[in-house]
Design a protein around this ligand. Structure first.
Ligand SMILES: C[S@@+](CC[C@H](N)C(=O)[O-])C[C@H]1O[C@@H](n2cnc3c(N)ncnc32)[C@H](O)[C@@H]1O
Length: 287
């Protein structure tokens, strides 16, 4: 039987994919890609790969690497395979549980995850990743730091949109990030699993800041990616809410007006310096 729990209850595949595409792209790649420490020829696995944004990107830049992605959600893997075929890349995707990885012992040079560790009990999260890593292979755990930031999103119609969101009624909402811990606790646990060279890095990634872009093409691309993330988020929330139909038209209309206003301001050369960022935590260790 198909498992579509994550894509139907927590985040749709499209929302996952477009929100990642907004955050991690070729313009800010220097800020985050370095933490993967990839060399050509490596065997690499991503666990909980969602729509496959990272794995596709790795294969694109390091075509001689053998790249694998697993996720428990059938819809995510179906999407990842389709996107990979469209990009004419050869990434090996499969539906699998992190607790039972379909790979031999000591197979990978790098095993990584992005925003997965906080959703799974640590012993289950780590046991199989350690098994499939080569001796001396590298584990990379990425997640977002939830601390308060001083971002300044584009505020036009934002209160009106927020008010519509607050009207949505859900049957029940799945609690997420049930196993969120401070980084020191994660490092302590890695040490108990005999990982070596445990390391911690923080990096703030600015992924939306149209007025500081070097040219119009890049600025417009950011405004469009931002709109796409907001739109896919709204569509997912509307679909899951009991009363989504009542506010749908108004919500989509406001989002489109907000997007068009941002484009207009940009083309009008009215600088407002709105920006959005994410503080990333990178924990790495060697087996
Ligand atoms: C917050 S999402 C992150 C997805 C992807 N890493 C990204 O950042 O776009 C968490 C992912 O973990 C996957 N997941 C949850 N439990 C899992 C398990 N037991 N085995 C494999 N994947 C799992 C979900 O299906 C979901 O795709």
């Amino acid at each position: 039987m198909k498992n579509t729990f994550w894509s139907s209850q927590v985040q749709s595949t499209e929302l996952l994919y477009y929100s990642r595409k907004e955050k991690f792209n070729k313009d800010n790649r220097n800020d985050w890609f370095k933490y993967f420490k990839i060399k050509n020829g490596m065997k690499i696995l991503e666990v909980g790969c969602g729509g496959g944004l990272f794995t596709n990107m790795i294969k694109l830049y390091f075509p001689d690497c053998e790249v694998y992605g697993i996720d428990i959600d059938d819809n995510h893997i179906e999407f990842a395979k389709k996107r990979c075929a469209e990009l004419k890349l050869d990434v090996k995707y499969s539906v699998a549980d992190i607790n039972n990885l379909p790979f031999e012992n000591d197979m990978f040079d790098l095993v990584f995850s992005h925003t997965v560790v906080e959703h799974i009990p640590f012993d289950i999260f780590i046991k199989e990743q350690k098994r499939v890593l080569k001796e001396g292979g590298r584990l990379l755990i990425m997640r977002v730091d939830m601390i308060k930031k001083n971002d300044k999103p584009f505020m036009f119609l934002e209160d009106e949109i927020g008010e519509l969101f607050s009207k949505l009624e859900y049957k029940e909402r799945e609690p997420v990030a049930k196993y969120l811990e401070d980084p020191d606790k994660t490092m302590q646990r890695l040490s108990e699993y005999n990982f070596k060279n445990i390391d911690l890095k923080f990096e703030r990634i600015v992924y939306y800041s149209p007025d500081t872009q070097p040219n119009r093409k890049k600025a417009i691309a950011q405004i469009e990616r931002n709109y796409l993330t907001k739109l896919t988020n709204a569509l997912f929330c509307l679909e899951r809410a009991n009363n989504g139909d009542i506010v749908k038209e108004q919500m989509l209309d406001l989002l489109e007006k907000q997007y068009k206003e941002r484009l207009r301001l940009y083309d009008n050369k009215s600088k407002i310096f709105d920006f959005q960022s994410s503080i990333m935590i990178f924990i790495s260790a060697k087996k």
